[in-house]
Design a protein around this ligand. Structure first.
Ligand code: ADP
Ligand code: MG
Length: 151
């Protein structure tokens, strides 16, 4: 499937883009986030949460693995950086196939456990406050989502 590239020049711009994505998501959507430390995965999630109508401040869940927020739909924010055993089953499926939206930071660490259909998002440093966001939809619904998001 196609990949789509978006460039942002500030944290606010990244959040604004993710906000629009948050508005378009439906129950059961899964978004995976990849990128180095400081790439902007958590800022992306903050924007997405706002678009979902979450009022609470979203912070990195590094020490808890999963944090849950209530918006128009529940948001499950995971950071699996500290999941040491890649094949350790922490019951992720309940979230992925549940009634909310799941965002997974460092998703490749649990690659084997991810649902096949998802929106993969990679964020790359492109100098100072610039970032390149690469969207890779896997599955027909996510492909349509990207087209709508970028039109
Ligand atoms: P991660 O979760 O990937 O480790 P964070 O979102 O916690 O990253 O941190 C991203 C850092 O980069 C923040 O300090 C943010 O202010 C900064 N930043 C600078 N430019 C951007 C941009 N265009 N998009 C997102 N974050 C940016
Ligand atoms: Mg983070």
């Amino acid at each position: 499937m196609e990949k789509y590239k978006v460039h942002t020049s500030s944290p606010e711009e990244t959040m604004k883009f993710a906000n629009r994505l948050g508005e378009l998501l439906i129950a059961g959507s899964v978004i995976t986030l990849e990128g180095d430390l400081g790439a902007g995965k958590t800022h992306f999630t903050k924007g997405l949460a706002k678009g979902l109508g979450v009022k609470r401040t979203v912070n990195s869940p590094t020490f808890t693995i999963i944090k849950e927020y209530q918006g128009r739909l529940p948001l499950y924010h995971m950071d699996v950086y500290r999941v040491c055993e890649a094949d350790e089953d922490l019951g992720f499926d309940e979230y992925f196939y549940g009634d909310g939206i799941t965002v997974v930071e460092w998703a490749s660490l649990i690659n084997e456990q991810l649902p096949r259909e998802r929106l993969s998002v990679e964020i790359y440093h492109a100098g100072e406050d610039k970032r390149e966001i690469v969207l890779h939809p896997i599955g027909e619904w996510y492909n349509k989502l990207c087209k709508e998001l970028l039109n």
